[in-house]
Design a binder for this molecule. Structure first.
Ligand SMILES: Nc1ncnc2c1ncn2[C@@H]1O[C@H](COP(=O)(O)OP(=O)(O)O)[C@@H](O)[C@H]1O
Ligand SMILES: [Mg+2]
Length: 226
């Protein structure tokens, strides 16, 4: 089943007196339980497309359909709520907060997503997700004591702690070595299946395509045959 649908999406940026169109009518459907990889040369528009799909940036023209809503029709506050409650994010850098423990990173995200719940439930949920990513033994660790691969595992756990329907990942393995990259992608693939999520990931690395269901190639602001 389709979970997010992009229709005729266009995006232009104004640089000085010139307007540059970086997305030139993109159509894309993301389905439940599937990992879709966005590939293509640097500057082809992958990150712009991902941020528009995730409601992090406004489009110039087109539609982004989530459920029965078109994101561009909503107010910034309505989009913020959808993002906080239904979407999860992983980036190239894990972006962990240096002065919070692993447990606190996840707890903070549950607060942002407005998952009220009792303290007991919160702790159970955090433990459960950290078990899934193989990090429950580092509950009280600070980011500075974690390796790059471990940080990215915590970042993935933090991205899915509120059980989002859609996970957006922009080059999640770009700062990891080959083995840790494979582990991270395998984890993302496995979590997408077990939580019946929908994942859109940008990647530069051909090896990572072993872990995806669908490959979408971009070139010069358009989707071309992969
Ligand atoms: N905020 C911005 N202002 C102006 N131009 C931008 C902005 N964001 C992206 N671009 C331009 O849009 C194009 C696509 O960028 P991006 O989506 O980041 O590509 P990719 O992720 O595929 O490398 C590039 O030419 C980039 O310079
Ligand atoms: Mg990019």
């Amino acid at each position: 089943m389709s979970r997010l649908q992009l229709e005729e999406v266009r995006k232009s940026f104004i640089n000085g007196d010139t307007e540059e169109e970086v997305l030139k009518g993109v159509n894309l459907t993301l389905r439940e339980g599937e990992v879709t990889a966005l590939i293509g040369a640097s500057g082809s528009g992958k990150s712009t497309l991902l941020t528009i799909a995730a409601g992090l940036q406004r489009l110039s023209e087109g539609r982004v359909i989530f459920g029965d809503q078109n994101l561009p029709d909503l107010s910034s506050e309505q989009v913020r709520k959808i993002r906080a409650q239904h979407f999860g994010f992983v980036f190239q850098n894990s972006h962990l907060v240096p002065f919070l423990t692993v447990e606190e990173q996840l707890s903070m995200m549950m607060d942002i997503a407005d998952m009220k719940g009792i303290k007991q439930y919160k702790q159970t949920k955090i433990k459960e997700i950290l078990d899934q990513v193989g990090m429950s033994h580092r509950l009280t660790a600070y980011p500075s004591s974690l390796s790059g691969g471990e940080k990215q595992r915590v970042a993935v756990a933090r991205a899915i702690i509120h059980e989002p329907e859609i996970l957006f990942a922009d080059e999640p393995t770009a700062s990891l070595d080959s083995t840790r990259s494979r582990h991270t992608m395998e984890l993302i693939q496995q979590l997408t299946k077990s939580f019946d999520m929908t994942t859109l990931t940008v990647t530069h690395d051909e090896e990572m395509l072993d872990y995806v269901d669908c490959i979408v190639k971009m070139s010069d602001g358009k989707i071309v045959n992969a």
